[in-house]
Design a binder for this molecule. Structure first.
Ligand code: HEC
Ligand code: HEC
Ligand code: HEC
Ligand code: HEC
Ligand code: HEC
Length: 498
């Protein structure tokens, strides 16, 4: 097992807990006047005094994790095909496993709601991180709720304590989230790598670093962290944290807070990319260069379930009469992007392969991964090439030119959360399939238009691409993307296509 700096600290903490019986997180000795553990395991209990936290969490993918029909269908298939036991459910409904109510997640429908999903109790009872992947989190089970306040007001429900594993200004808090957001399957394939990608990025730096929470839990200022008649003596806190955990996914079935969650996801995705569209106008053989940069992403884009994500670039060039003279990435609505016949198709996703290099889908089959995604920067130092690795570029068309000088070029970046072919296979006979499938329609992450003779186009007298002869090009970018910076060509899939 591999431990980063955070991991080593976490192991030290775990040892302290084992040897000393109490770690730094349990400063408040549990007293017997607080609620029993069974009561604290129920998020409904927390709702009494933390109604906003409850409301936001209830719409989050953490609450949905074991009601998600994709999860239920894939877990069922995993049990049938590979007897995967509690491998999936220990992350998607960790309290159902911790309380020994399930060993495979097949009986979730019969279990009380409080054991579904990633619950308040689970996260706030973590007092140690014993590894880097597959949920190695240790629970104190002492009813002391860990958080970022070192001066919590006493309350009748639970004791409280400061914990650096929960504090967004401490990088080790990323180990709490990250070790559940990194999956290695039984064949050793590193299927989800959000934590390791973050560890390898500029965000994992003592100075100027950024934890998972710092991006995924937006802060609100001067609010109460607990409220109501049962929470006397509280005062306005400088910071409280939103619990909707926006990322990419939204619930596919009827679920609380869907509109709020959709809005949070849309806003959040809007912070993720920069885009520049450049045109190299060569009479009879023009080229379009698309440059993207993961400005606001603390790991690769896409990350996590990258075997399911489809992120692609739709490029359309028009002549002065507004007729289309070039097109790539135009995926017909409702069709699976990987079936598109397009030699220039620029697609980010993970291809998952078995030991013989054959493409396979389900979690338990892959032995290796062929990943194409945009990484986060690896450094801030101007001379370090890892500084520019997030700045990747692609030429359209790949091997030829556009015969007509474009007057306008539009680039749209689309994200689809789940492969439609896999979906159709899983839900072939389900009457609810059409409604769920509609919710998987791609969302637009960002769009950029280049117009010929636009005075705001940045003129680059030196071709930004090092391996090309220095022909001038003009670039449009609304988000100040430094098109001229050193950049990296987008890799192509080696083992699968596109
Ligand atoms: C180490 C913890 C962990 C394990 C083990 C795990 N998951 Fe997940 N799963 C996650 C996380 C974290 C995400 C969110 C990733 C993301 O959004 O990119 C996720 C997302 C998903 C999704 C939603 C993906 C989508 O495209 O919308 C499905 C479905 C899923 N998991 C099914 C499974 C199944 C089936 C298994 C077992 C074969 C499994 N998971 C094992 C943590 C885990
Ligand atoms: C009877 C009211 C009440 C209930 C029920 C309750 N809490 Fe609290 N909780 C409080 C009060 C009061 C605070 C202190 C807020 C402050 O100091 O600003 C608090 C603080 C916290 C903190 C911050 C601790 C720290 O030191 O940073 C966490 C985390 C927390 N509660 C989680 C929970 C969870 C999870 C539940 C459900 C299992 C829950 N609470 C149920 C009243 C309650
Ligand atoms: C017990 C394991 C576990 C822990 C701990 C955990 N997560 Fe998750 N997280 C999941 C699972 C499972 C999902 C996906 C649920 C689904 O889509 O079915 C998820 C989903 C998410 C998503 C939504 C992803 C998407 O694609 O929409 C975000 C963002 C997220 N988690 C961030 C965090 C952060 C930040 C922390 C730490 C404060 C954290 N998680 C801690 C298991 C965990
Ligand atoms: C995925 C893990 C996770 C889940 C699930 C979760 N929390 Fe939290 N919560 C955190 C983290 C991490 C913090 C501290 C954020 C920080 O300081 O950066 C926090 C902070 C808090 C605080 C302190 C005040 C604040 O806003 O910072 C309260 C109270 C709280 N959570 C209550 C709840 C309740 C109630 C639920 C369920 C309805 C819940 N949490 C579910 C991770 C989680
Ligand atoms: C600098 C801000 C930032 C940091 C730090 C960060 N994220 Fe993210 N995260 C984002 C943005 C923006 C997105 C949406 C774009 C994307 O999907 O990658 C995202 C997406 C995600 C997703 C959904 C990914 C997908 O494509 O399915 C998960 C899960 C997630 N983050 C978890 C984490 C975890 C766990 C950590 C810490 C190890 C973390 N994030 C650190 C900004 C951040």
């Amino acid at each position: 097992m591999r431990y980063g700096r955070d991991g080593i600290r976490a192991v030290a903490l775990a040892l302290m807990l084992l040897l000393g019986g109490c770690g730094h997180a349990s400063e408040t000795a549990p007293d017997n006047t607080t609620y029993p553990l069974e009561k604290l395991q129920d998020p409904e209990t927390c709702k009494d005094c933390h109604p906003k936290h409850y409301q936001e969490w209830s719409g989050s993918m953490h609450a949905y994790a074991s009601d998600d029909p994709l999860f239920l269908a894939l877990n069922k298939r995993g049990q049938e095909q590979a007897q995967i036991g509690d491998f999936c459910v220990k992350c998607h409904a960790p309290m159902a496993v911790a309380t020994h109510q399930t060993s495979d997640g097949l009986n979730l429908a019969e279990l009380p709601k409080q054991l579904h999903g990633v619950t308040c109790f689970f996260c706030h009872q973590v007092d140690g991180v014993l590894g880097t992947h597959d949920n190695p989190l240790h629970l104190a089970n002492d009813g002391v709720m860990r958080g970022q306040y070192s001066d919590p007001v006493k309350n009748k429900a639970h004791n409280s304590a400061y914990s650096e594993l929960h504090d967004d200004v401490r990088l080790q808090s990323s180990a709490m989230c990250g070790s559940c957001h990194d999956i290695v399957n039984t064949k050793g394939a590193h299927l989800e790598r959000t934590f390791s990608e973050w560890q390898d990025s500029v965000f994992n730096q003592e100075v100027g670093g950024t934890s998972c929470n710092a991006c995924h839990m937006r802060t609100r200022h001067n609010e109460l962290a607990a409220e109501g008649a049962d929470a006397p003596g509280v005062f306005l806190r400088k910071l409280v944290h939103e619990h909707s955990f926006p990322g990419v996914d939204v619930a596919l079935t009827a679920w609380p807070e869907t509109d709020a969650q959709q809005e949070a996801v849309t806003k959040f995705l809007d912070t993720s990319l920069r885009l520049a569209v450049c045109v190299q106008d060569v009479i009879g053989s023009s080229a379009i260069w698309v440059i993207t940069d993961t400005i606001g992403v603390g790991h690769n884009f896409p990350s996590g379930a990258s075997q399911d994500r489809r992120v692609w670039f739709e490029v359309t060039a028009y002549d002065s009469a507004d007729a289309v003279v070039y097109k790539s990435g135009a995926v017909p609505p409702g069709t699976e992007p990987t079936t598109l016949q397009d030699p220039d198709f620029w697609l980010f996703r993970d291809c998952t392969l078995d030991a013989d290099g054959k493409e396979v889908h389900d979690f338990w089959n892959p032995a290796t991964i062929d990943a194409v995604s945009a990484p986060a920067p690896g450094s801030y130092l101007p001379l370090d090439p890892r500084t520019y690795r997030s700045h990747i570029t692609r030429r359209f068309p790949q091997d030829a030119g556009v015969p007509v000088s474009p007057a306008r070029v539009t680039v749209q970046v689309w994200l689809q959360a789940f492969p439609l072919d896999v979906f159709d296979d899983l839900f072939a006979n389900d009457p609810a399939a059409a409604a769920m499938r509609a919710k998987l329609a791609p969302v637009k992450v960002i769009e950029q238009t280049w117009r010929a003779n636009d005075p705001t186009n940045e003129r680059l007298f030196q071709n930004p691409l090092r391996d090309q002869a220095g022909l001038p090009m003009t670039c449009a970018s609304d988000r100040m993307l430094q098109a001229g910076a050193t950049n990296v060509r987008s890799p192509k899939h080696q083992a699968c296509s596109p």
